[in-house]
Ligand binder design. Sequence first.
Ligand code: PLP
Length: 447
Amino acid sequence: ARAYDQYQKRTSSSEAMADELREIVPAGVCSTFRAYEPYPVHARRAEGTSIIDVDGNEYLDFALNNGTQLVGHTHQKLSAAVKEQIDDGTLYTRPSDLLEFAAQPLIDRWEAIEQVRFTNSGTESVMHAMRLARAATGREKIIRMEGAYHGAHDPALVSKMPPVDRAGAAADPTPVRESQGIPESVPENILLGQYNDADSVERLLRAHEGEVAGILVEPACFNLGVVEPENCFLQRLRELADEFNAVLIFDEVKTGVKLSPGGGAEYYGIQPDLVALAKAIGGGYPVGAFGGRRELMSQIAADLNEGVATGAAHYGTYNGNPLSLRAVGVTLREILTDDAYDRVAELADRLAAGYRDVIDDAGLEGHVVTAGSQGMVYFTDERIRTFRDWEHVDEEFHEAYWFGMLNRGVIPHPHDASQQWTISVQHTADDIEVHVDAFADLATHLS
Ligand code: PLP
């Protein structure tokens, strides 16, 4: 309550704006995830590693738009290139050399990507990867992990983070449609495994032999903070996909180009058949992509057969628009260099070490998990390995921590214990120190 009071004192313009916006925009936001109590910080502008709110408060930003901006805000090189592109046209709906400029770095970074198509969001990328897996196998069912987020399309909202009292047994989860308006038939084609439990996936493949088109998984589960694969989980999924002729789809919307240049596939050394991308590849511009092996991706081109849909459809007015392609090419070729990854990794270690010291010194219960540029603090000593471990996380305590950090001028990660921080190429050692000092100051009030 104290954290809320302090927050409300500093953010009266955000509160007033929230009241006004709620009248004309549902919940006052354009993605329901952004709405939280008592009201969100309303932004005036962003620059470098900072967000300035409508009350004039400046926050050091480690949320970076759900991890989208590994390049930080307003990166000069990127802004200059995009401004130049605005003068050369923002939309062509026809191919140009920008397509190669953006596609090639993705092909270079992922062994699994031989061909790639651009979309406008992670939701679209995952949706098309799922369709392509179905088209390629002639099967309909997709195995996904309970408690993972894969976008806002219907099948992705089946058991993304279901209330545990409605989710059934861990070994045989009940599919939960987490939105009104999703047809009852949608879960018929979704099978639920558990992250980090390859046996759960194997059981499904055996029980539904010949019916499973694909296995959809985030290489690291980023809807539960930072949960890494253990006990050769990804390798077993690779083997199972091969054995059962299913398409292994990595949803690298969050992990892509952030865990390593070549995403979770490179970081964990397992190559999928299809990769869904978005977020960090575009440095803050709206773009997604999906790619994979040529024989799979060529199923899309098959659609061109005299107007008869023999392959998987993929259309979109804004797909591969020149602004986004320019942003992808500049981000991947010129900003996210090997040096940049080294610097970010060094800062990520420093932040994690700082958190660990503060937790020890203050005698807090908690631990930190990091992977590449990403990390998260959990205020529990229990390891989170899978969705069913989420009950160990004290979300109320985490909320007090999050607002406490905000009151000290640091946005540690997106609002919600299920998220993670991102270190950008523009953060400095001083920024890390400010973050850790804020946590140290807060910790004395939390313990
Ligand atoms: N997949 C994952 C793993 C995500 O985290 C998200 C968004 O957070 C999506 C898909 C959907 O991406 P978008 O919000 O760009 O539609």
